[in-house]
Design a protein around this ligand. Structure first.
Ligand code: FRU
Length: 573
């Protein structure tokens, strides 16, 4: 009896403590507060992806210290995200939570699962637990990622910042995450670089290495609800931490889509230039001090100088985003030309997002394009927001893309993280049939990974194909899922067909992507990494990047019209 009583007492005490700590203060139909006695470093917030966002204002000592949006769990937990509650240095914080969405679908707020499922912990487990996470591509440890941002090289280290949601694996709470690498392959996660503030969320941008002043300067878009302005932040510790400039914003406009500043030093005019996406054109600015910017010209609208005078150039079926402007060598010549990179969404050749480019001349004030046709840097469906590293060594121009597409980026079948970057690629220019095109070659750091020849289709590896005329290569698994790559030597096209791949998460995912081929293909390099396939030709004249989500790994390779050799990659050496 005594035993029964004490057991009962135990449960009561437990449920009492539990109820006490779990219960929110209900303030209205959609509004509640929850006090949190800080016992661990992190408050683990339970996320349910199909729910609407809840806005959480974090109050510390009566002040709002942070605001974020999280899809708090209502009746099921998909995963947890860590909120660092120790950083405020207090024993208690209050979460002021407003739920959005229709309560008819979710029932009464007091019953939401999130109240019971919020936990505290001193650690957060970021070990990989998903089959689709790539092995040699950069991914965030957890959370959503889109565009690569602020990439620069300094003192032997490549810095990659990225559009990041630290509080969920769907787009939200834009923050600059940060990773570093010495070889563009192995990346190390760094502390958060730039967080949202009163001017807005931190959208895409760039960094420059300001050698004269021994500092790194970041430019990013401050994105508020109906306003996009450009801000600047300075790092005196090689990009580890940034101090936001007190005079922000440094560029503003009445235009709604006004974003993604890419700054660079232009030795030809001994000034800084900055290129910015505005609606469906690019603005170009110059500056002596990185703070005061003079408008120079715009490119891409009706008033653009092209080969036939003033005309509208390129694809305009979507918003222009994430520009870059670099001077590149024309292969095999001593000439150089400028390349203007223009990411566009939607409007890509296979729907949604893609990277177009323009070849021409730039005198520090104005960019003039030399061709009339629309050109794409990569003819896959998962290559977006491509920009290059500032200050890369040996005169290299190394690009990274976000390996996804806005049509389904938020729905791809991963949870702990969402999205990877492409493999690094070196850009140059090549001539074909009297025209100059952008050349794309997998960076030498990647090529150096080639390991042993293997007999099994690699889940993360390289396939080298020696091509003799037309070719068809099929990768398939025991479930009948397949992806088919084909080179048509007569039509001069290369295609990848993933219409028979797993795609239940989006109707926009199945597709066949087709690229024009400039000159005969002799060899193909195919990089597979659990959920992506990137194809390059050995001459650097073709690139095609597509995601695939085989429910079982591809185990079978069938080739007609060529010879395939499979290699492991020395990823962990
Ligand atoms: C491109 C983009 C940018 C913007 C960022 C927001 O993918 O839309 O234009 O700065 O994403 O995350």
């Amino acid at each position: 009896m005594k035993k029964i009583l004490s057991t009962l007492m135990f449960f009561l005490t437990c449920s009492f403590t539990f109820a006490q700590s779990a219960a929110p203060m209900l303030l209205g139909k959609n509004h509640a507060m929850k006090r949190v006695a800080v016992t661990g470093r992190y408050l683990l917030l339970p996320v349910q992806e199909r729910e609407d966002n809840a806005t959480i204002r974090i109050l510390a000592d009566n002040q709002q210290v942070q605001k974020l949006n999280v899809r708090l769990a209502v009746d099921k937990v998909d995963y947890y995200v860590p909120l660092d509650v120790k950083r405020y240095g207090l024993d208690e914080v209050t979460l002021d939570i407003t739920f959005h969405g229709d309560r008819r679908f979710t029932g009464a707020m007091k019953d939401f699962l999130c109240w019971r499922e919020m936990k505290q912990s001193d650690s957060f487990d970021t070990r990989n637990c998903e089959k689709y996470r790539p092995q040699y591509h950069h991914t965030p440890l957890y959370g959503w990622m889109n565009d690569p941002n602020g990439m620069f090289y300094k003192d032997g280290v490549y810095h990659l910042y990225y559009q990041w949601n630290p509080y969920g694996s769907m787009w939200e709470n834009m923050t600059w995450g940060h990773s570093t690498s010495r070889d563009l392959i192995h990346w190390e996660a760094q502390p958060t670089a730039i967080e949202p503030d009163a001017l807005g969320d931190i959208f895409s941008g760039s960094c420059v290495v300001d050698k004269k002043n021994n500092r790194v300067v970041a430019f990013y878009t401050s994105a508020a609800e109906r306003m996009q302005t450009q801000s600047m932040a300075v790092s005196e510790d090689n990009g580890q931490t940034f101090r936001k400039y007190s005079g922000n914003p440094v560029l503003w406009s009445t235009e709604e889509d006004f974003r993604d500043p890419k700054a660079f030093w232009n030795p030809e005019i001994q000034k800084w230039n900055l290129i910015l996406a505005v609606g469906q054109h690019m603005n170009i600015y110059s500056s002596n001090n990185l703070k005061d910017w003079t408008y120079e010209s715009s490119f891409g609208g009706a008033e653009t100088d092209g080969p036939n005078g003033k005309e509208t150039l390129g694809c305009h079926d979507g918003v222009w985003e994430c520009p870059d402007l670099i001077k590149l060598q024309v292969r095999g010549t001593d000439r150089q030309k400028w390349l203007l990179i223009c990411n566009i969404n939607p409007g890509g050749p296979f729907g949604g997002s893609a990277t177009q480019y323009f070849v021409g001349d730039f005198d520090g004030h104005k960019f003039t394009c030399e061709h009339k046709d629309t050109r794409w840097m990569d003819y896959g469906k998962d290559h977006y927001a491509t920009v290059t590293f500032d200050n890369a060594p040996d005169g290299r121009h190394i690009a990274l893309a976000w390996m996804s597409n806005w049509q389904y980026g938020n729905q791809v079948p991963t949870k702990q993280f969402r999205s990877a970057n492409s493999v690094p690629r070196d850009l140059d220019l090549f001539e074909y049939d009297g025209q100059t095109y952008c050349g794309v070659t997998p960076s030498r750091e990647l090529l150096a990974l080639r390991g042993k020849e293997i007999k099994k289709v690699p889940q993360a590896g390289e396939i080298v194909v020696d091509v003799k005329g037309s070719l068809e290569l099929t990768l398939s698994n025991t479930l009948g899922e397949q992806v088919v790559m084909a080179y048509d030597a007569a039509r001069k096209t290369f295609s990848m067909d993933r219409t028979r791949s797993y795609a239940s998460f989006s109707e926009n995912f199945p597709c066949k992507t087709t690229a024009p081929v400039y000159g005969d293909i002799k060899q193909l390099r195919i990089f597979i990494d659990n959920s992506s396939i990137e194809v390059f030709d050995a001459e650097g004249r073709l690139s095609m990047t597509n995601l695939v989500f085989p429910q079982e790994p591809y185990s079978n390779l069938r080739i007609v019209g060529g010879k395939a050799t499979m290699y492991s990659l020395k990823i962990n050496e």
